[in-house]
Design a protein around this ligand. Sequence first.
Ligand SMILES: NC(=O)C1=CN([C@@H]2O[C@H](COP(=O)(O)OP(=O)(O)OC[C@H]3O[C@@H](n4cnc5c(N)ncnc54)[C@H](OP(=O)(O)O)[C@@H]3O)[C@@H](O)[C@H]2O)C=CC1
Ligand SMILES: N[C@@H](CC=O)C(=O)O
Length: 807
Amino acid sequence: MKVLKFGGTSVGNPHAIEQVCDIIKNNNLQDRCAIIVSAVGNTTDMLVKCGQLAYHKNEKYRYFIEEIEIQHLNIIRALFPSQSNFISSIKKRLNFLEIFCDSIFHVMELSKRSLDRIMSLGELISSYLFYEKIKEYGFKTIWKDSQELIVTDERYGCAQVDIIKSYKKIQYFFSIESAPYAILPGFIASSPRKEVTTLGRGGSDYSAAIIAAALKAEVLEIWTDVSGIMTADPRIVLQAFPIENLFYEEAIELSNLGAKVIYPPTLHPVIEKQIPILVKNTFSPSEKGTRINNAPCFKHSVTGISVKKNMTMITLKGIGMINILNYLKRLFTVLSREKIQVLFFSTSEHSILLGIEESEVMQIKNSINNEFSQEIDKKYLFPVLVEQDLSIITVIGDKTKNMHRTSARMFITLSKNNIYIRDLAYNVSKKNMSAVIKNSDFKKALNVLHETFFEIPPKPINLFVAGIGKVGRKLLEHISIQKTYLIKELQIQVMGLCNSKTMYFEEQGIDVKNWKKNLESGNRMRLHRFIEKIHLMNMHNSIFIDATDSQDVARTYDKLFVKGIGVITCNKIACSSSYKDYKNLKKIARYFKVPFFLETNVGAGLPIISTLNDLLNSGDKIHLIEAVLSGSINFIFNHFKSGRTFSETVREAQKRGYTEPDPRIDLSGIDVMRKILILVRECGDSMELSQIRQKPFLPEECVKANNVESFYEKLSQYENYFGRLREEAKNKGKKLRFMAKYEKGNANVELKSIGPEHPFYQLEGDDNIILYKTQRYYEQPLIIKGAGAGAEVTASGILSDIIKASR
Ligand SMILES: NC(=O)C1=CN([C@@H]2O[C@H](COP(=O)(O)OP(=O)(O)OC[C@H]3O[C@@H](n4cnc5c(N)ncnc54)[C@H](OP(=O)(O)O)[C@@H]3O)[C@@H](O)[C@H]2O)C=CC1
Ligand SMILES: N[C@@H](CC=O)C(=O)O
């Protein structure tokens, strides 16, 4: 014998009901089968509403009755297009509902008993309707009213089942009835006086469990609209997956602490009889679902993670607590009197911390203060302290495994992600570990813990991109193109975008292919709002990408670090401003253990900074750095040939995306000074920009031009000067290279003419070259060479920083 229970969504519409019939048809049942059915969709809620409205003299109850009727008749018409001879029996029940509500309306009385009568109609109708459909499939089926089988006391609304009497009735019925399928309404039962009663929350599960236990069924199948009990709430953790096997105890823990698929107290009868429970998805029946029993199986060290939101912590404390006789007994007497469920408990010699539902706080606070009023007056204790807006996150450990490593990982993961932990506690069995955290952190906490305990790639990375200019745009393009490749390792999502005018966010991730349209539809850009929103979204694995040239944006990094958000930047301003600020940023990022990558600050996509760090971290010493670090200037001098003006060549470099947004930053030497300064600082030297010696080659008048256009005008007035520079070098068989050098604590940048003997002579296009002469690479210095400017290579450098940061 199998017992199958189908919940409200499984019979919520004609398609779902047909799906359920297919499940039964495909089940290949050799055995007999009891099928317990919930009310259609949200019928029970609507029935309750009818009763309450009628009681409050609100005629709108008629509207809800009509709604219920329409909903059911629509299902009937869709399922039974040609014949509907049983409609009259359903109409009879709905007529009864109307008459019953009319009387409530007139007498203005609604007892729990009456409400049970009203609520019972949902299951009575749905099970009957389902019975008629299943018969059409040619199955030999009977319909049986559960009121005749399950006996309860008279606690209407949540009646207590007389297990012995009910088991006898169920066993007797199934012994005399031979039809292989029996359809029964869930949730309802009857009192000894034959009045309808209902079984409270999870009532249909309870009906199914009682029938399964009475018949010693081989399995109880709970069919619902999710694919089993998940490792975490799938609405919050996209990577959550169904748990294949659970021990009864673990299922109880998971459900008590937030997983809503089953309501274990109602499953007590089957757990007692050790009957396996299978949770399956009606809409995806081929999926395995979750099997709950006590059979050994392979599992992760953690079974699942659950969260209880909107909790309140109440603390009773005082140095006199230890001297108060029976204080725990008194406290728990108050809690039990007030029917308060404690979901978190931790204690020390002079304090007790209790986690309860937010809604119960005022009532319990006053009661505890009253109970201990004398001790509070004598200052042995403080009045109850209340902390709100908290969540309890619990990692449920595999009951067969040791939890000490798991709890350490939980603590490290939360603190590494900058999640404030108010308190931590093991449960009694030492198999579950709970942390009290802020409500605002619960999504992030759930995601990072899920990642730590369950996830295999792809790892989710949430990006916020500031600056959608040449580089930013290319980056979005790379992300969209590489998505299929990256998906194996990373699931990169762009959650926020901005340029200097607008900003745009999407909690589910932005469609980067349509970034332009999205950004245009965004809100007016306010930098502090952009940063605030990133904080508010509070997403795990968040990375801020700075693809702007803005000083204001560069000044926000520390505000991101302290919230656990990493920064990847191609904007050189942050690391080339004062040494104090540079050092501070590095320190804060290290302290908060967040990624801070700036590879593209020097040499665009070339691995210049990472190579330098690798050398230094492995104990090498830098003797000399010599480099051509300006892709644009190199391009300009390589292309400034006779027949071409200097200003035309600069325009060409800008058009190709090699220059800074303002090309004077390149030609004045500042860009290269910033780059060499960053390398010097990475070497550990506390240099300032002003300490770099430079020989400018750009006439002062051009530097001081009011804007970029007038700068170009000024440049054209100096064509002869630039032509002379070129010819002088050419006549000596040399080439012009704008070089940077760092040696013995000094750094300088200057335009040099170099001959073919120099390793930098053969430097094509917009290439950069860097030479590291180190203790280990002394005779033959280490050289890195390649394209050193342009949106393409810079964006790919940022992408590789993103990949590094995700590790
Ligand atoms: N090009 C290259 O080869 C390399 C560039 N870099 C660096 O990359 C950065 C970007 O360069 P590039 O893409 O060429 O420059 P662009 O001028 O093309 O783009 C800059 C972007 O930043 C935005 N922006 C400017 N100020 C702000 C602000 N306060 N808030 C929000 N957004 C802002 C601009 O907005 P709007 O569109 O509204 O003006 C624009 O979208 C620069 O710092 C540059 O030094 C680094 C290595 C190589
Ligand atoms: N403007 C820069 C681009 C990279 O930083 C350059 O010309 O090298």
